[in-house]
Write a protein that binds this ligand. Structure first.
Ligand code: HEC
Length: 338
C-alpha cells in the first residue's frame, strides 16, 4: 500500500509541474545570494561546488549534482540545509541556518522543476555569510510596502505536552507520519503529511487537535477538506500551514481565523477565492501568503495589500507562467510596477 500510493503521488505532482510556484528572481535568488554564493561562487568553491548558475548547480561538487529538478527529497542541497545545525554536513556551515520559510521556498522551487531563467548568474550579497539579523525574518522575497508584522513571542521551552497529546502522536504514527520535534532541546513539533498525500483524509488528521505543540503543519497534496480543518482550530502555536494543491476552499476561512499565530500560509493550487481573504486580514503575524493558481482576483489582492502593507503575497501574476522571465540585465524592479 505504501508503494502503490507513490504512483498517485507522482501523478499529482506531475500535474502541478507546468509552471513555477516560486519566482526564481524574487524568491530563490536572494537565498542563494545571501546564504550560499559566498562559499559556492566565483570566489570560493567549497566542496568544488558553485551555485551561481544552473549549469554549475546541476554539475554539482565532489558529491555530484547539488539538486535534482522536480525532486527535492533527492536533492543534495535540500538534504544539507535540512540537517540539524550541529551536523558536519549542514549548510550553510557558518551563520544561521535557513529559516523554515526559506527551505520551503527552495523545496517548492525544485519541486516545480528548478526553473532558472536563461543566463541568470548569481553573485554573493550581504558580504560575510549572515549577520544574524535575518534569522528572525523569514525570506521576504519582494520587499512589501509596509513594515513587517510584529514578531511572535518566543516559544517557551517549558511547554509540557498532555497525555492526550502523546496518545495522539502515537495514533498519527500508526498512519505512518512522524510528528517530529523541531529541535531536540524543546517540546515543539512539526508534521508533514505531504508524502502520504492522497492517503491522508480528515480522519487521519483528526488526532491533530490534541497536538498543541505543533508549530509547522504540511498538508499539501492531501485529501483534507474544509470541515476536516476543524482539527487545527485549537493549535494556537501553529505558525506555518501548508495546504497547497488540496481541495481546500472558502469553507476553511473560519478555521484560519482561529490560527492567530500563523506566519506562513500556503494555499497555492487550492480552491480558495476572494471570500477567504477577509479572514486573513486580521491574522496579525501573517507574513507570507501563497495564492498562486487559486480563484483569487487581483482586486481582492489589492484590497488585502492595502489593509496589510507588510504582508508578502505571492500570486504568480508578476511572472508569466511560461517561465519567460525578463532578461538578466532587466532592472530588477521593472516587473513590480504597480
Ligand atoms: C561558510 C561557507 C559555506 C557556506 C556559506 C555554504 N557552504 Fe556549502 N559547503 C561548504 C563546505 C566547506 C563544503 C564542503 C564540505 C563537504 O564536502 O561536506 C560545502 C559543501 C556543500 C555541498 C556538497 C558539495 C559536494 O558535492 O560535495 C552542497 C550541496 C552545499 N554545500 C550546499 C550549500 C548551500 C545550499 C548553501 C547555502 C544555503 C551553502 N552550501 C552555504 C561551505 C559553505
Amino acid at each position: 500500500m505504501k508503494l502503490s500510493c507513490w504512483s498517485i503521488l507522482l501523478g499529482a505532482s506531475a500535474l502541478a509541474l507546468p509552471a513555477a510556484a516560486v519566482d526564481f528572481k524574487a524568491d530563490v535568488a536572494p537565498i542563494f545570494e545571501q546564504k550560499c554564493i559566498g562559499c559556492h561562487g566565483p570566489d570560493k568553491q567549497k566542496g568544488k561546488l558553485r551555485l551561481d548558475t544552473l549549469e554549475n548547480a546541476l554539475k554539482g561538487g565532489k558529491g555530484g549534482p547539488a539538486l535534482k529538478a522536480g525532486d527535492p527529497d533527492a536533492s543534495e542541497l535540500i538534504k544539507r540545509v535540512e540537517l540539524p545545525k550541529d551536523n558536519d554536513d549542514h549548510m550553510p556551515t557558518e551563520g544561521d541556518p535557513l529559516t523554515k520559510e526559506q527551505v520551503t521556498i527552495l523545496r517548492d522551487w525544485i519541486k516545480a522543476g528548478a526553473v532558472w531563467p536563461d543566463g541568470v548568474v548569481l553573485t554573493a550579497k550581504g558580504g560575510k555569510p549572515p549577520a544574524s539579523a535575518d534569522a528572525a525574518a523569514p525570506a521576504q522575497p519582494k520587499a512589501p510596502a509596509g513594515p513587517p508584522p510584529p514578531p511572535l513571542p518566543e516559544l517557551s521551552k517549558d511547554f509540557v505536552p498532555t497525555a492526550a497529546e502523546t496518545d495522539a502522536i502515537a495514533a498519527i504514527a500508526k498512519s505512518g507520519i512522524d510528528v517530529r520535534l523541531i529541535a531536540q532541546n524543546g517540546p515543539w513539533r512539526e508534521a508533514n503529511f505531504r508524502l502520504s498525500g492522497s492517503n491522508v483524509t480528515d480522519a487521519v488528521i483528526a488526532p491533530l487537535k490534541e497536538v498543541t505543540s505543533l508549530v509547522e503543519l504540511n498538508l499539501a497534496m492531501t485529501r483534507v477538506t474544509d470541515a476536516g480543518l476543524s482539527a487545527v482550530d485549537g493549535l494556537g502555536h501553529l505558525q506555518n500551514l501548508q495546504l497547497q494543491l488540496t481541495g481546500i476552499g472558502d469553507g476553511a476561512a473560519e478555521h484560519f481565523k482561529k490560527l492567530t499565530n500563523l506566519v506562513t500560509l500556503n494555499l497555492y493550487g487550492s480552491q480558495v477565492s476572494d471570500a477567504t481573504l477577509p479572514a486573513l486580514k486580521d491574522l496579525a503575524h501573517l507574513r507570507s501568503l501563497y495564492l498562486w493558481q487559486t480563484k483569487v482576483t487581483p482586486d481582492a489582492v489589492q484590497q488585502l495589500k492595502a489593509a496589510r502593507p507588510g504582508l508578502y503575497i505571492n500570486t504568480g501574476w508578476e511572472a508569466p507562467a511560461t517561465n519567460a522571465v525578463p532578461a538578466t540585465n532587466a532592472p530588477a524592479k521593472a516587473e513590480e510596477k504597480k
